[in-house]
Design a protein around this ligand. Structure first.
Ligand SMILES: [Zn+2]
Length: 110
């Protein structure tokens, strides 16, 4: 394995540091697919897995207004990204890594 980051096929900057995580999309062998989702890191209490929260508005036809909704995803995060709570991230679908984990963080947004 080289220290060079892999091209994962989407237009995101590669992390500045390298890692040896086999489930890292840049330095391991994990491929990404499907849609990318923007969210905010809500919890980093797990090992190499973070909770990403996405807030969105859902239109309620009957009341002709929007309601606030949110979704929480368990997302694999490689150590090279060095995430903290509150970081804005882009996540992308990958193969299921655990019972609830089928997304991986692909970028930290500024
Ligand atoms: Zn990495």
């Amino acid at each position: 394995m080289t220290a060079e980051a892999r091209n994962i096929g989407i237009d995101v900057p590669a992390p500045a540091t390298a890692c040896t995580d086999p489930y890292c999309p840049f330095h391991g062998k994990l491929s990404v697919r499907g849609q990318s989702i923007d969210g905010v890191v809500a919890s980093i209490k797990m090992n190499r897995t973070v909770i990403v929260k996405r807030d969105y508005l859902k239109y309620e036809k009957k009341y002709e207004r929007y309601t606030k909704r949110s979704a929480r995803y368990a997302v694999h995060a490689s150590p090279c990204l060095n995430l903290k709570v509150g970081d804005a991230v882009t996540i992308m679908e990958c193969r299921p890594l655990a019972k609830t984990v089928s997304f991986v963080v692909v970028a930290k947004r500024e």
